[in-house]
Design a protein around this ligand. Structure first.
Ligand code: SF4
Length: 181
């Protein structure tokens, strides 16, 4: 049977190694972005969060392409029937511990796309969600707030207990009208 080197270490070493791991993870969260059917509004806000103006890189967060190297999956939009399998596959390729942030009303409830023939449902019906960020679209400040919630849990070594916000198609529509007006 293969022996894990970590398991062979004395308890004091394990403690130090765990602390170093947490420190490293906390300061170098890598994110992969997946659009599961968004109108692109949430994607633009997510990318704005990464620009120098909002500068989420100051928290060590970096967007990169491969789910195999990612700690966090940022999902925007409702899950369309076409994207469902790809979302599952992307999630499964990520190493543990992995986290999912659901960005925007559509990813939380289907939003304005709820009931469409090509929409399968919300993100949490497909993969487990750790942080919800409501809004249509949520502003970069709200996205940063969601990321900070996640980092707080990573620091404490706990898993966020995500509470799904009350979101209906009407709420999403009224938010969108306010944006367009
Ligand atoms: S929440 Fe709004 S901005 Fe985001 S994908 Fe849905 S309709 Fe577009």
């Amino acid at each position: 049977m293969a022996t894990n080197v970590f398991d062979m270490c004395p308890a004091s070493w394990k403690q130090v190694i765990s602390e170093v791991r947490t420190w490293a993870r906390l300061n170098s969260i890598w994110a992969v972005h997946f659009n599961s059917g968004s109108c692109n509004g949430c994607d633009i806000e997510t990318l704005a969060t990464l620009t120098p103006r909002y500068d989420v890189e100051r928290f060590g967060i970096k967007l990169q392409g491969s789910p195999r190297h990612a700690d966090v999956l940022l999902v925007t939009g409702p899950v369309t029937r076409q994207a469902r399998e790809r979302l599952v596959r992307t999630y499964e390729q990520m190493p543990e511990p992995k986290f999912v942030i659901s960005i925007g009303s559509c990813s939380i409830s289907g939003g304005v796309f709820e009931g469409c023939y090509n929409v399968g449902g919300s993100v949490d019906e497909v993969v487990p969600v750790d942080v919800y960020i409501p809004g249509c679209p949520p502003r970069p400040e709200a996205i940063i707030n969601g990321i900070i919630q996640l980092l707080t849990h990573v620091k404490e070594g706990t898993r966020p207990v995500a509470k799904r916000p009350e979101q209906t198609a009407e709420v999403a529509s009224s938010q969108q009208e306010r944006v367009v007006a």
